[in-house]
Design a protein around this ligand. Sequence first.
Ligand SMILES: Nc1nc2c(ncn2[C@@H]2O[C@H](COP(=O)(O)OP(=O)(O)OP(=O)(O)O)[C@@H](O)[C@H]2O)c(=O)[nH]1
Ligand SMILES: [Mg+2]
Length: 422
Amino acid sequence: MLIDQAKIFVKGGNGGNGMVSFHREKYVTNGGPDGGDGGKGGDVVFYASEDLSTLQNFRFKRRFIADDGDKGLYRRMYGRGAENMRVAVPIGTLITDVESGRVIADLTEEGQEVIVAKGGSGGKGNMHFANSVRQAPNFARAGIPGEEFDLNVELKLLADVGLIGFPNVGKSTLLSVISAARPKIADYHFTTIEPNLGVVSVDDISFVVADIPGIIEGAHEGAGLGHDFLRHIERTRLLIHVVDVSGSEGRNPIDDIDRLNMELSLFNPLLESRPQIIAANKIDLAAEEDVAVFMTEMQRREYEVFPISAAIADGTKELMNAVAAKLVTLPKTILLKEAKEETMYRFEAEELFKVEVADDIFNVVGVWIKNIVDSTNFDDIDSLQYFQRIIRKKGVIDALKKAGVHEGDLVRMYELEFEYIE
Ligand SMILES: Nc1nc2c(ncn2[C@@H]2O[C@H](COP(=O)(O)OP(=O)(O)OP(=O)(O)O)[C@@H](O)[C@H]2O)c(=O)[nH]1
Ligand SMILES: [Mg+2]
């Protein structure tokens, strides 16, 4: 398969709750509030590592939940913040938010990292809530819950080597003799309609080879099938250009090389400079002097070129040795300097809240208001008063009035519902 994919759930740790406590000491009566703040919940962080090449790890573990922060302590002591949870993913991993479809990150470089779910901040301890009027606040705020998302994690093909060539030249046959892959092989054009991957081992080196559908002229404008797949070989490090040296379809192999390279550069000029090794296939059908002419011309152009007969695996070992030797000299991954894709962006900041009116109910929605509601203890008079003040200060009441709220209307803020009183 071309794309490795997994659906996962990520959640940042919850912030620890703030503490309610009062300073106590011998001979000191009515000490001030000294409850400390809760610690921050851990973030879930994804980072790109070249040690991985598949999303295999996500087959077994699909939930990534960072630890919660500790709660605040006595004597103004902060609760400990939780460690971040760090998850390695292969280079080339694309992360999208399932709900919104937004791209969160495209990790294309070693070590690049992104916070996919932020941990919540800790709640403030009661030491923050004293003022001249309220000297003994007996409430603290709860920690904010960590962000949570369902994510789609996708790894695009990161084959090391791409097999390119016109239809029917023997690309799939070659893949079948150098790897365990079993692509469909037949004597007609476009036998391959989807790319096949094979893992090739040469001594202790292994690499991934991608066999893509045959490319025809005009592919860069969408002719044939190859176009859709050309972009999958943009990230390969090396190309094996397979050509039918016997000219069994009445074509000239040297022309084939030129025309196919032209298609590649029209599709993406970067591909022009991608190293190529040439596989002169079907030598069993070719006249010896034709093979010699072709070889001489390619060597003149300073290509490495190997005469092979893929069907009987003749010469393929030498070809693979050369491929392995070449790969070790090439950079590990080709970075998408000129790729069309987005690299990385975070969610935009959200507005504090929004008032939505439906069926005469005034709904106040948004992450901020949800957090305030979650962290308020409505049974506690101080906490409730604090809540009332903060929503007034941040303009929630004004926004409700603007939306047309009247005495007795129902207002809903997540779990909290009340009748509006002037
Ligand atoms: N005689 C001979 N036939 C070969 C050789 N290699 C491949 N073939 C034949 O050529 C035909 C096409 O082979 P495929 O491997 O399907 O070619 P392909 O390049 O993958 O073709 P598409 O997927 O259609 O682009 C098949 O009938 C193969 O058996 C070879 O070395 N010698
Ligand atoms: Mg094929």
